[in-house]
Design a protein around this ligand. Sequence first.
Ligand code: 3PG
Length: 205
Amino acid sequence: MTIDLPTKIVPVIIIDNPETAKPLGEILLEENLPVAEVTLRTPAALQSLEIMAGLEGLTVGAGTAITKEQAEAAYHAGSKFIVSPALHCEVIEYCQRADVPVIPGIATPSEIAQAMRYGLNLLKFFPAEALGGASALKAITSVYPEIGIMPTGGITPANVGEYLSLPCVRACGGSWMVPRDLLQQERFDEIRALVREAATLSSAT
Ligand code: 3PG
């Protein structure tokens, strides 16, 4: 099962305090960036994911899923898609059994080949900038025209356009519009401005 992401930019979010999940979700909806990848890296992640998944119109997925148990918990919390940093086979196999879209990470052509054996056609190129950026992604995917990519890792407003102009790129992931420290400090006005800018970049392509 695959997913049509509603936006070209997917906020990758680390939440430390579940009380910030609802106001953040409302900002994403109000500023027209109605998607969130909540990373399973904090004790607050699952509860936050569940709160955000309860907001109508917001497509919420889980990120950093590296075990089957994490994927299962995220699915039951309302996750509409599951993202992994690598080809975690048990996560892929669980998601395919549960019929929830899974977007695993790849970094090489060999890993694309492995993902294709699962019938997957949307993959995360991670960590995108450290792997050589848009030019590396263009070269790697030139031989796999049927594969869609969501690059993530080091993407900013300054380089997102390079990725979005590639035919393989369905959406770009990034944390720049919801910086962890701003969310911890509940600086929602600053987050709103960053989200608004990201939404403008997302709809410009
Ligand atoms: C991820 O979880 O996909 C990355 O950590 C996000 O990368 P970024 O923080 O460089 O945007």
